[in-house]
Design a protein around this ligand. Structure first.
Ligand SMILES: CC(C)(COP(=O)(O)OP(=O)(O)OC[C@H]1O[C@@H](n2cnc3c(N)ncnc32)[C@H](O)[C@@H]1OP(=O)(O)O)[C@@H](O)C(=O)NCCC(=O)NCCS
Length: 164
């Protein structure tokens, strides 16, 4: 069972390559690999970034990276390995990072998702996020992005105005 064996914790530097490989395979498919081990390692070291991993029996089965600014937090990446999807893991990863934002007094969270990734857009909608903008060519000129956002001070994220 996922729930009894699952641990959420901050990533270790030695896990940067595993996380980068998951990003390449699950998120950046068809694009130039931008979240290389070096970039993930820099995020793990950064004081304003949380790199969170979901582990089952010491295996990383999901991860998420959130960057905290003064006024906004930005979800850089989130993925769950296919065999573990639709079991609430994505929700747990995102809520963990959102709680940190709230504790820091940062209530606006934004993210970009590939326009063709309808499953992830439905997931974010389910998590209270709204589409804010359509960004043509955002991903290396190959694919558009949908920018989505949520105001964490409002349970349904209603305050952020949709423009698309
Ligand atoms: C998007 C993603 C992280 C969701 O992770 P997950 O662990 O499967 O999500 P959860 O189980 O927590 O889903 C919570 C709810 O979101 C909705 N949801 C999640 N995935 C969905 C999908 N593919 N289609 C429709 N709704 C979906 C459902 O309402 C779900 O609740 P339910 O299963 O009880 O119906 C996962 O599908 C994934 O890793 N995708 C590939 C990488 C990616 O696209 N990342 C996001 C862009 S960076």
């Amino acid at each position: 069972m996922i729930s009894s064996d699952l641990t959420l914790r901050l990533a270790r530097l030695a896990e940067a390559t595993t996380i980068a490989n998951l990003s390449r395979d699950l998120i950046e498919d068809g694009l130039r690999w931008r979240w290389t081990p070096m970039r993930v390692a820099a995020s793990i070291r950064a004081p304003n970034v949380n790199v969170l991993v979901a582990c089952i029996h010491d295996n990383i089965v999901g991860f998420a990276i959130m960057r905290y600014g003064d006024d906004d937090a930005h979800l850089d990446l989130l993925a769950v390995a296919p065999p573990y999807r639709r079991a609430g893991l994505g929700r747990q990863l995102l809520q963990w990072l959102e709680k940190c934002a709230v504790v820091a007094g940062t209530f606006n969270v934004t993210l970009e998702v590939r326009a063709g990734n309808e499953g992830a857009q439905l997931f974010y909608k389910c998590m209270g996020y709204r589409a804010l903008a359509h960004l043509p060519g955002y991903y290396q000129g190959i694919e558009a992005a949908i920018r989505m956002g949520r105001d964490l001070s409002c349970p349904s994220g209603r305050k952020l105005r949709s423009v698309i």
